[in-house]
Design a protein around this ligand. Structure first.
Ligand code: URA
Length: 295
């Protein structure tokens, strides 16, 4: 019996029931067909159930794609874009890319002059500061103002010259201020993020033995959170490289002014530098060990 014929028969039976009939005589062949149809419906329902049960499980949602952060993506692009056979050549092309980089300039809160880095591309030690100040911007070289002089003093105490280490900043442009004059300010998180692909690529090119993060801002930029007083004196890991946190040279200058010498801070910075020297296998004389030793 077709579905159409069955529904006609069903409608007829309902109509008869509505009219009060308790029995409707059907021809034996119609009765047989109706039974057949009902049986067929049960079979079809069972078939649908079976198909539903056998239906293959919905496909697994695609494996969660770990989306790279914009900083990591920009850094990966830079690593591909830098050209050169030597570290020096690679750094030169990286500096040219930084000069033309749209992201830091698009912020409108950083000044125009790129202050990239200084020192040896082959260095074992990489010092990372905050951002260029007025003097650094003028000379287009990091750490050449008063804080730079303090850093040079620390290097000399370690038996090193500036051209034996690599010196750079987490932010490559001097942060702008209204009526700036010679005033400087720390870069914001946004300003650091705009420059971070460059510092990460510098780390990847140089692969120093030790990174030294100078002060809170450099730490924050590298993802090391907390006050320097608590972070200093131990190694963290930045891109697989041991990274020592210590006070910024400007903080030493401030402490010198405020505490008549800043001996305690200088002692702590020196302890940190002794650890750095040990880590990268620099010779340490008895005299060097004795600097700032408590009497
Ligand atoms: N302070 C920094 O952190 N970087 C410089 O280049 C100069 C001062």
């Amino acid at each position: 019996m077709s579905i159409q014929a069955a529904s006609v028969l069903k409608a007829y039976l309902e109509q008869r029931r509505a009219a009060g009939a308790s029995h409707v005589p059907l021809r034996p062949d119609s009765l047989e067909r109706l039974r057949h149809y009902r049986q067929g419906r049960r079979t079809r329902a069972a078939e649908v159930r079976r198909l539903l049960e056998e239906e293959p499980a919905p496909p697994e949602p695609p494996a969660k794609v770990v989306t790279e952060s914009p900083v990591e993506r920009a850094k990966a692009d830079l690593v591909i874009a830098v050209e050169g056979a030597t570290k020096a050549q690679k750094l030169a092309t990286l500096a040219a890319l930084a000069e033309a980089a749209p992201a830091p300039r698009a912020l409108g809160s950083l000044r125009d002059t790129l202050v990239f880095a200084t020192g040896s591309p082959e260095a074992d030690l990489m010092f990372i500061g905050e951002a260029p100040g007025a003097e650094e911007e003028r000379q287009r070289e990091p750490f050449v103002g008063p804080a730079g002089q303090k850093l040079t003093d620390i290097l000399r105490a370690m038996g090193l010259e500036r051209d034996q280490v690599y010196i750079t900043n987490i932010c490559k442009f001097r942060p702008a201020m209204p009526d700036q004059g010679s005033s400087n300010r720390a870069p914001t998180g946004e300003e650091m993020r705009a420059c971070l692909p460059f510092i990460l690529t510098e780390i990847e090119i140089i692969r120093p033995k030790v990174i030294i993060a100078l002060g809170k801002t450099a730490c924050e930029g590298l993802g090391i959170e907390g006050p320097v007083s608590r972070l200093r004196g131990r190694f963290f890991e930045v891109r697989g490289i041991p990274a020592m946190v210590t006070f910024h040279p400007s903080f030493i200058l401030r402490e010198e002014r405020l505490t008549g010498g800043g001996i305690e801070v200088k002692r702590q910075v020196w302890e940190d530098m002794l650890q750095v020297m040990e880590k990268c296998g620099l010779p340490i004389s008895a005299k060097q060990r004795g600097f700032f030793q408590r009497g």
